[in-house]
Design a protein around this ligand. Structure first.
Ligand code: M6R
Length: 608
């Protein structure tokens, strides 16, 4: 959450910083700010709300600078006000800091600094940083930052500039992602590569406990004990174009429409049809360990967790490995029974979700094998897990996760084949799943071609204020995902759960103003789903049934129908989720809401 961009070079930093910041706006957008250094003077501006407000404030201003930092905020400590927006400054205004993360001991530090005479202007935890740095500053900015960070408990990704040291920018990381962008005569710091992709594709990922001194022509990285770190320059394969809207009104729609390609990309070079198996390069090193595992625990949050729930059904049915799915946020507070025969699979689009990361660390401590299903290459979870599989879904910008979910399901199917074929899965079954996987992109295209029908349906239902989503077996997690998608971008109250649970309480909510979406493809639990639909009909609830093409009998019990092509039961969620995403997207659009940046949310949740 929150976004950081820093620049040092020969250009006017302002435009580069603002352009970069706009690409990070999806990570947090309740206020923003910038600090620029020129001629040993510090200039700054801040604004509440979206980055466009900051841009407006900057237009016509006469200052410029070749070094600067900026920030877009998602509030944790303190309201989204101008005072609380970053950068924060030292008392003399010479040191500016942007910070992602949480300083846990900020209250004690603040009280101590106040006693020494420091004046605080905001309610944030972050503001202790410039004051601490000021306290230690004796001419060497890096040294002062290092000393300040040694006093701090909590997490941080920071960028620091000082008008007294105009030829450098300091960056440091512990628990909040930060990358250095290596350019030609210019260098960058960012919390997310998306911010700097337009300028360079050469990056160095900072690790926890590392601090960088960045100048326009070079940079040095050390650890907290001042030991020089030898770093690797990585090449980013995503293009700037891929991280832009490409003519679509919203990122979310673009990302929904990309899903046929996403399934192709997630499976590319990984299918071995003749062997009824798969080749997952990222798991090769641990293939022998995987043969020995007796239990899998999937840890994830939000949409990624719903993908994990589908994975649970896949892994138990086809790989015959007992599998549990945990809220990553709860994992370390329970007493999970984990040993060296347990594999933990962390699923995360961003690879930076704090709770998922903490769950992996806890599992590692207990000796489990940790695997990642991660989209963002080089992200913390990708680096901290023992092995893993990348999604290859390309950058996902809309806060509501769509294509990452389909790619997570696709990768879970691949892992199921791999583990299944190591155990009892027959050649024919392996071949069948692969054949069905290969057929998915075309089937998703068929659903997308009918998006106008879903748009019409969304208009009809956009006025309702409550929704229930139901499903069973492989489609039960889809009920939860459909409800989450709707609520997070349309602010409509919606709940999703296994269809059989409805009569244990929630059925009391049903009346003619409470539409129910039942995800009921013609699968092994179809009849059971229809029994639940009848119970809703008896209470006059409106019913939308999502079912398999050609299933005319569903029309008799539904007010509205959405059809999807037939597929292997375990892969049906990859098709069924698409209309649910489109439905949420269009409802939000009809309500005139900011689809890509829903209120109160941020794309990547890097705080606990
Ligand atoms: O980056 P991650 O996949 O770890 O993120 C997990 C959740 O925060 C995320 O899926 C969230 O639920 C989405 N906004 C849902 O659309």
């Amino acid at each position: 959450m929150c976004g950081i961009v820093g620049y040092i070079g020969k250009k006017d930093a302002e435009n580069t910083l603002i352009e970069g910041l706009k690409r990070l706006e999806y990570r947090g957008y309740d206020s923003s700010g910038i600090a620029l250094v020129q001629n040993k003077k510090m200039f700054s501006e801040k604004a509440i709300g979206k980055i466009i407000n900051l841009e407006e404030k900057l237009s016509g201003k006469k200052f410029s600078g070749n070094v600067g930092i900026c920030h877009t905020r998602w509030a944790t400590h303190g309201k989204p006000t101008k005072e609380n927006a970053h950068p924060h400054f030292s008392c003399d205004g010479d040191i500016a800091v942007v910070h992602n993360g949480i300083i846990e001991n900020y209250q004690t530090l603040r009280d101590d600094l106040k006693k020494k005479g420091h004046k605080f202007l905001s309610e944030t935890d972050s503001e202790v940083l410039p004051h601490l740095i000021e306290d230690f500053y004796k001419g060497d900015l890096r040294e002062a930052v290092l000393k300040a960070l040694k006093c701090v408990q909590g997490t941080y990704g920071i960028a620091v500039v000082s008008s007294k040291n105009p030829d450098e920018m300091i960056a440091a990381r512990k628990g909040s992602p930060l990358v250095l962008g290596v350019g030609n005569g210019e260098n960058f710091v960012a919390s997310d590569v998306a911010a700097i992709l337009g300028y360079t594709n050469q990056v160095v990922y900072l690790n926890d406990g590392e601090i960088a001194r960045v100048a326009s022509d070079d940079f040095q990285i050390t650890d907290m004990d001042n030991q020089q770190i030898k770093c690797e320059i990585n090449k980013i394969e995503w293009s700037l174009e891929e991280s832009q809207k490409g003519g679509h009104e919203h990122f979310m729609l673009k990302e929904i429409l990309e899903q046929p390609k996403v399934v192709v990309d997630s499976t590319r070079g990984r299918l071995l049809p003749d062997e009824g198996s798969v080749k997952l390069g990222g798991l090769e090193e641990v293939e022998e360990d995987l043969r020995k595992i007796e239990k899998i625990i999937i840890v994830a949050c939000g949409t990624a967790r719903y993908a994990g729930l589908v994975g649970e059904y896949m892994l138990e049915e086809y790989a015959e490995i007992p599998t549990e799915v945990e809220f990553a946020s709860e994992f370390r507070y329970r007493k999970p029974i984990v040993d060296e025969r347990t594999a933990i699979i962390a699923i995360s689009q961003s690879g930076e979700t704090a709770d998922t990361l903490a769950a992996i660390r806890e599992a590692k401590r207990k000796g489990a094998l940790t695997l990642g299903i991660v989209n963002v290459v080089g992200s913390t979870i990708a680096r901290e897990t023992d092995a893993g599989v990348y999604n290859h879904a390309g950058p996902e910008i809309a806060v509501a996760s769509t294509k990452a979910f389909t790619s997570q399901l696709t990768v879970l199917a691949l892992i199921t084949i791999l583990l299944g074929r190591q155990r009892n899965m027959s050649l024919d079954t392996g071949k069948k799943i692969i054949e069905e996987l290969e057929a998915l992109p075309e089937k998703i295209e068929i659903i997308l071609k009918n998006k106008v029908d879903i748009k019409k349906l969304s208009e009809k239902y956009s006025k309702y204020s409550d929704f229930m989503y139901l499903g069973r077996k492989y489609c039960f997690p889809l009920a939860e995902e459909g409800a989450l998608k709707l609520k997070e971008i349309s602010y409509i109250h919606s709940e999703g759960f296994p269809a059989g649970e409805m009569k244990h309480g929630s059925i009391a909510l049903i009346d003619e103003d409470f539409p129910v979406v039942c995800v009921a493809p013609k699968d092994s639990v179809y009849e059971k789903n229809i029994s639940n639909v009848e119970e809703i009909r008896a209470r006059k609830g409106k019913i939308i049934i999502l079912t398999t093409q050609g299933n005319k009998e569903a029309e008799k019990v539904a007010d509205d129908i959405i059809y999807i092509p037939d597929a292997l039961e375990m892969l049906t969620p990859i098709l069924a989720v698409v209309p649910l995403q489109l439905f949420a997207y269009y409802v939000s659009s009809f309500r005139g809401l900011d689809v890509d940046k829903p209120r109160n949310l941020a794309k990547s949740v890097t705080v606990e």
